[in-house]
Design a protein around this ligand. Structure first.
Ligand code: ZN
Length: 228
């Protein structure tokens, strides 16, 4: 009888603990290997396959996990850092109705040119320059073939140009608020942030984007330290 009582109490404690845990962490972070179809954007998806996660992507996700080493914003003990939520899929209206294909990393200090942006992986600069949506952006192609996209920058680091090799953690530019205009150099249409995106080229679906949020979570404490 005593043991039975003990067991009942134990179960109750576990139950309460479980409920508490659920309240404290309602959105526990998915592992990157648990991404599902909602975390990728496929434009030419055959509606019949709408709920099938493309197998080709599993390999890409493993590559991303292996090659991303540093959080894309460098840290300084002197400054308030950045914050971000899972903003994948949020509605965007500039440039037509579309969904948000990336993660916005917001500067707590809403001042352009303060936060250093670093490359998450080794790679080669494939694109640099103005985009109507992305403003001053940099696209880096990794050895694994993944395209990492850094948008709305304030400025580029010296020497950043097409074909330049970069290392993981290398300074590529500074966070800003450029973009949302056909006029190069337009700033101030939104708060200072880094838009970070991940794109892969698949045989079956062409280029598609993957939700970077869970990958960012996995490297969020691997920060390069800078004095700023
Ligand atoms: Zn964004």
């Amino acid at each position: 009888m005593k043991i039975y009582n003990l067991l009942v109490r134990l179960c109750l404690v576990c139950l309460i603990y479980g409920i508490l845990l659920d309240c404290v962490m309602p959105n526990s972070v998915k592992k990157t290997s648990e991404l599902d179809i909602k975390d990728i954007n496929i434009r030419d998806m055959n509606p019949e396959n709408k709920n099938i996660f493309p197998k080709e992507l599993i390999e890409f996700m493993e590559i991303i996990n292996k090659e991303i080493k540093y959080f894309p914003v460098a840290y300084s003990a002197k400054r308030e850092f950045v914050e971000y939520v899972n903003s994948w899929g949020y509605e965007r209206n500039y440039g037509g109705n579309r969904i948000h294909e990336g993660t916005d990393i917001m500067g707590i200090i809403n001042e352009r040119g303060i936060y250093p942006v670093v490359s998450v992986s080794d790679g080669v600069v494939e694109e640099v320059g103005w985009l109507e949506l992305g403003g001053y952006r940099i696209g880096i192609r990794s050895e694994g073939g993944i395209y990492y996209y850094y948008a709305h920058l304030y400025s580029y680091n010296k020497g950043i140009e097409k074909g330049k090799k970069v290392r993981a953690g290398e300074l590529i530019g500074y966070m800003g608020d450029s973009g949302y205009s056909k006029v190069e150099g337009t700033v101030g249409n939104f708060d200072v942030h880094l838009h970070f995106g991940i794109y892969v080229d698949t045989d079956e679906y062409g280029q598609l984007s993957i939700n970077p949020y869970y990958f960012l979570k996995s490297i969020e404490n691997n920060r390069i330290k800078y004095n700023y």
